[in-house]
Write a protein that binds this ligand. Structure first.
Ligand code: SAH
Length: 194
């Protein structure tokens, strides 16, 4: 598929995801945080994710800086990328909508934090991370460049691996038995099958 078309599709995704997140970001500023578990390594990895999922793709889209690492992809991978992109956007919106005021860009608990176990959270504990992985997959399938295509999935995988265990530990300490029962009936990134 034409590289310009792919770049436009990817840019639309960047804009749509910012529009989805923006009201949550505004509301988040009013939260009173009662338990902040953000570490320096977490902050560093958040910076890597910003580079990998936003800055590097934007440089690739608007400049020839990474053109030495270009390659070509068959059209079916681009079509797969568009599907991954659409599902990622829906799941990103749905998880923000269900999480409501409890959303946070990092690891923390707010005053009057409630445990969400309905909507998409009824079957999956981390649907927002599923949506980000799908988005990173779309990035790799839409941007035919070794640097810009893979920077997202590499940076987000590191953040996910550091975060997910700590997040569940924090939720267990906050919600105790209720969260451990919730863990039994749900999967981390995909619904539990058995
Ligand atoms: N890991 C979740 C949420 C990401 S936002 C997902 O991928 O969908 C991160 C914040 O959400 C965490 O700091 C935690 O405070 C909060 N959180 C995570 N799971 C939650 C749940 N089931 N109910 C309420 N808040 C939750």
């Amino acid at each position: 598929m034409n590289t310009l078309v792919l770049k436009i599709i990817f840019s639309v995704g960047l804009i749509v995801s910012s529009v989805i997140r923006s009201p949550h970001q505004q509301r988040y500023k009013q939260n009173k945080i009662t338990d902040d578990r953000k570490t320096n390594i977490e902050k560093l990895l958040l910076l890597f994710v910003f580079l990998g999922m936003f800055l590097i793709p934007v440089i690739y889209i608007f400049s020839p800086l990474f053109s030495f690492a270009d390659y070509s992809l068959p059209i079916w991978t681009n079509i797969g990328g568009i599907f991954a992109f659409i599902i990622a956007m829906w799941l990103f919106w749905k998880s923000h909508d269900d999480l409501g005021k409890n959303w946070s860009p990092t690891l923390e608990v707010r005053e009057s934090h409630t445990l969400i176990t309905n909507g998409i959270y009824q079957n999956i504990r981390h649907p927002m991370y599923t949506s980000i992985f799908l988005w990173c997959l779309a990035q790799a399938l839409l941007l035919p460049n070794y640097i810009a295509g893979f920077a997202g999935i590499i940076s987000f995988t590191f953040l996910y691996l550091l975060r997910v265990g700590n997040e569940e530990k924090m939720m267990l300490e906050q919600f105790g038995e209720v969260y451990s029962e919730y863990m039994e009936s749900t999967g981390r990134l995909l619904p539990k099958l058995f």
